[in-house]
Design a protein around this ligand. Structure first.
Ligand code: WQD
Length: 344
């Protein structure tokens, strides 16, 4: 897709990462011109080649720490974007417990900088990457946006809650930004071309990359963390959202913000499928979708895991006109295709 000279530019911080790179594809397909800002501390430059293979053209990328005020100011000056999608953040729950200051610094300072630079450059639209982790273990399910946030179980989760509070308070103080905080549930899958996907560094903490690495023989077996929960098969329930559906939700949020004529606004929206799946059902669906067996054992519960969380997505449907379209089987098949590609 060749950009027209006047395609509105969108700064995508963390745009070489898992969700960021898939959102870059959706932005181009929707007629926007993404501008990636990524310091590659938690992503790989190979994502840029993957994007070129999908899009048939290069995407502007600044290899910059989005906490670098001078560099970010120059980028705003040069690119004059219509909006910003802020993905850049560390997201390893376990690491955040061991290194909290690294997480507070990296996940919050760049957000504060954006809130200074956007008004300076008259950029009003901001989509913020938040997480269902702010809900902890909800009393009632499915969770709506009115479900109370619970104290974070990790510094990572706390940076998402604090980030939402910073944005809410900035808007209350009439800082001229319009903000949508998207609370992701569990992003999975990969672009169907297998040119981009999830690149977990080291041993994957998340379920689906561990499944695909086990299926590929990289891991000898998957440990299912507990089967004594109060769920149909005893394993935890999550809402697994396809990364391309998640990417499309960002484009819809941007469009909605751009239509909004108010000076300052703040809103939060759940982005999930609205369906809960147990760990064992994900494994079974993977095996059926790929015809590949997954070796697994049942192990002890993982500390910090909530028993079940899945989204009420009626607000995303009503406000964004968005709904998840891809099935769990499609997402797992795409994840497997991607795993086979990077295991070559
Ligand atoms: C899912 C389920 C595990 C690995 C985390 C973050 C959250 C968000 C998504 C960023 C759980 C089980 C997992 C394994 C297993 N990230 N599991 N064996 O913990 O729901 O959410 O990633 O925003 O903030 O907290 O995702 O994929 O780690 O676990 O049994 O080897 O799979 O117990 O029930 P989680 P997950």
């Amino acid at each position: 897709m060749t950009p027209t000279g006047n395609s509105p530019k969108i700064l995508v911080t963390g745009g070489a990462g898992f969700i960021g790179s898939h959102t870059v594809v959706s932005l181009v397909e929707a007629g926007f011109e993404p501008v990636i800002i990524d310091d590659f501390s938690n992503s790989e430059r190979s994502a840029l080649a993957g994007l070129r293979a999908i899009l048939g053209r290069d995407v502007t990328c600044y290899a910059v720490d989005c906490n670098d005020a001078a560099a970010m100011d120059d980028i705003f000056q040069k690119e004059t974007p219509l909006g910003v999608i802020h993905f850049a953040a560390y997201k390893a729950v376990g690491e955040s417990v061991a290194k909290p200051l690294k997480y507070y610094r990296n996940n919050l300072d760049p957000l504060l900088l954006l809130l200074e630079l956007m008004p300076k450059h008259n950029v009003k639209n901001l989509v913020f990457s938040s997480s269902c982790t702010v809900y902890g273990q909800p009393e009632e399910l499915p969770v709506t946006e009115e479900t109370p946030r619970l104290p974070a179980q990790s510094p990572y989760g706390n940076t998402k809650s604090i980030g939402e509070d910073i944005l809410r308070d900035a808007v209350r103080a009439q800082i001229p930004v319009k903000v949508m905080a998207l609370r992701y549930f569990n992003p999975i899958g990969a672009h169907p071309s297998a040119q981009i996907g999830e690149l977990p560094l080291g041993v994957p903490a998340n379920l689906v990359p561990f499944i695909t690495q086990t299926a590929a023989g990289i891991r000898s077996s998957l440990t299912v963390y507990g089967d004594d929960y109060n769920t149909p098969d005893g394993t935890c329930i999550r809402d697994y959202i396809d990364v391309m559906d998640l990417a499309d939700a960002h484009v819809q949020a941007l469009r909605k913000l751009n239509e909004d004529t108010t000076e300052a606004s703040y809103d939060v929206i759940n982005i999930g499928t609205g369906r809960g799946e147990t760990v064992l059902s994900v494994i079974k669906t993977f095996e059926e979708a790929t015809d590949v067996k997954v070796n697994y054992v049942i192990g002890p519960r993982r500390p910090g895991d909530v028993e079940q969380v899945y989204a009420d997505v009626s607000k995303a449907n009503n406000v964004l006109g968005w709904t998840a379209r891809r099935s769990l089987a499609e997402s797992l098949r795409d994840a497997w295709q991607w795993q086979q590609k990077i295991s070559l």
